[in-house]
Design a protein around this ligand. Structure first.
Ligand SMILES: [Fe+2]
Ligand SMILES: [Fe+2]
Length: 191
């Protein structure tokens, strides 16, 4: 099965919420299944975003089992598979002049660039896009909003709301740990 087929089959098996069909048909029309997960870091190649989302889903399920946290299959699927939906239609291909290390000659290299059309933040944007289609519960909202952990722009700016969110729901730490494991321990960086 391809990553896209796995993604869709996990959705079909686990997510039964009103609006999921509309969410998936929007996703099908977008670049979600071919987009990279980042421009320069983990999964910076075609299909990286879908692969990353599957990895986060699998790690989230493991953490839920290991620590007997009791979150539902539906919640784990929504958070794992859709936490980075903010990256849909975000990247575009561009080019950059790079100096070849051995020959010293300059050559044009294809790179991914950010083309943000809905600047609402990162976790915030994922929550807002999802809420256009499906209704998220409070655990899911908090977890997706704060999944970047200490790398979140608001946290870096001194906002302590993440601590309150972590106190309110263990799904917040679960999702940000799963995201870290996927992006830093599992996924590779392309050239
Ligand atoms: Fe993210
Ligand atoms: Fe992520």
């Amino acid at each position: 099965m391809t990553d896209k087929e796995q993604f869709l089959s996990i959705c079909r098996e686990n997510i039964h919420r009103d609006g999921i069909d509309a969410l998936l048909s929007w996703l099908e029309k977008s670049d979600f299944f071919v987009a990279p997960a980042s421009t320069r870091f983990h999964g910076n190649y075609e299909g990286g975003l879908c692969e990353h989302s599957l990895n986060v889903y699998r790690e989230a399920k493991k953490l839920n089992d290991i620590y007997s946290l009791g979150f539902s299959e539906e919640t784990l699927a929504i958070c794992g598979l859709f936490h980075d939906v903010c990256k849909t239609n975000l990247y575009k291909k561009g080019s950059r002049n790079v100096k070849d290390e051995t020959t010293g000659a300059w050559e044009k290299r294809e790179v991914w660039e950010i083309d943000e059309k809905i600047p609402l933040g990162h976790g915030e944007k994922s929550c807002l896009i999802l809420q256009w289609y499906i209704k998220l519960n409070i655990d899911e909202l908090l977890a997706i909003r704060w999944h970047m952990g200490g790398f979140d722009a608001a946290v870096k700016g001194g906002d302590f709301s993440i601590s309150r969110a972590q106190d309110m729901s263990r799904l917040v730490a679960l999702l940000s740990i799963a995201d870290m494991v996927a992006s830093h321990l599992i996924e590779v960086k392309g050239d």
